[in-house]
Design a protein around this ligand. Structure first.
Ligand code: GLU
Ligand code: ZN
Length: 317
């Protein structure tokens, strides 16, 4: 039996984190997530950890991790423990997948995106642009295959998690309130490890948040849709569920979320004044008002005032 670490109890105190993917330098949107999670941790006398989510190597940019570290430091957003890189923890994700395989709730899948799209279309299901396809169950076996370590054929397939029927997950978001998602209807049996051997964000984030004893997850609302399936994974793996707080997204003039795909530009942090400007913008987005705005304000002073002002009362516009 594998030994899985249990999540820390509330008595251990608040442990938050910022978990950027190194797909480019921080932009206005990612700074909001960094600042929001940092303020929430500081306000609660908690720890703030930094984890670089670099499993999806084709999307990672060489050196972006170091640039993100540099930008955070320039903004005074300091972390409390050694930063970690997901690419260095493959063993953890492998163990978690093996555990799920032992429980016989996974199955191999060789479907292409196209074959899934075709199956959905045949059922008259329409997937709106930018939304992931709900896996239509095309190759879900009636009997669960037994996974054997080192079996080459099984290594060249994707591994999906078989959901129990009619699974609705409910959770409370610290800002948005009660949330509910039916995983079968809105997600389907999701992928844990891709065909190319890469563990997915869903699996890795759950394993790492538990390994690092994270008690509070503060992140952008673009990830809200992932939370229910992450809670489901936590429950099966015997981890506790942290508190969740999703922050309003920064949208560009076309109403799209800022991202590398929409060519969001990097924040400017070459000097303290520039960094402070970026922090002020992020703070306005988080609904923080009446922070020191004089030119003589230092970042340290400003962050202290922002921490005092932080109250989790953000209105989503
Ligand atoms: N790495 C993810 C991203 O940059 C965030 C993960 C998380 O906060 O759960 O979108
Ligand atoms: Zn399949």
């Amino acid at each position: 039996m594998l030994n899985f670490k249990n999540p820390s109890s509330p008595a251990d105190g608040y442990r938050g984190r910022f978990a950027p993917s190194p797909t480019g330098p921080l932009h206005g949107g990612s700074l909001v997530a960094a600042l929001g999670s940092w303020l929430d941790a500081r306000k609660n006398q908690g720890k703030w950890l930094l984890r670089i989510e670099d499993l999806d190597t084709p999307r990672c940019i060489l050196g972006a991790d170091q640039e993100i570290l540099r930008q955070l430091l320039a903004c005074g957003l300091t972390w409390d423990e050694e930063p970690t890189w997901q690419s260095r923890h493959q063993e953890r994700y492998k163990k978690a997948l093996e555990r799920l395989n032992e429980l016989q709730i996974t199955f191999p899948c060789t479907c292409s995106r196209q074959s899934i799209a075709n199956a959905l279309e045949a059922r008259g299901a329409v997937t709106p642009r930018n939304q992931e396809m709900v896996y239509p169950g095309v190759c879900r076996p009636h009997e669960r295959p037994k996974y054997k370590e080192g079996n080459a054929t099984l290594d060249e397939v994707a591994w999906r998690l078989a959901l129990p029927p009619d699974l609705t997950i409910e959770f409370e978001d610290l800002i948005l309130g009660q949330q509910s998602q039916n995983l079968n209807e809105e997600v389907g049996d999701f992928v844990l490890r891709r065909r190319n051997g890469v563990f997915t964000y869903q699996l890795a984030v759950v394993v790492d948040d538990a390994e690092q004893g994270i008690t509070h997850i503060v992140r952008g609302a673009d990830l809200l849709n992932n939370t229910a399936r992450q809670i489901h994974l936590q429950r099966i793996l015997g981890y506790g569920t942290p508190s969740y707080l999703h922050l309003p997204l920064v949208l560009d003039e076309h109403g799209e979320k800022l991202s590398k795909q929409t060519l969001a530009s990097a924040i400017h942090t070459e000097n303290e004044q520039q960094a402070l400007q970026e922090l002020r913008k992020a703070a306005r987005h988080l609904g923080l008002r009446n922070l020191p705005d004089g030119r003589a304000t230092s970042i340290a002073e400003w962050l202290l005032a922002a921490t005092q002002a932080w109250d989790r009362k953000i209105t989503f516009s």
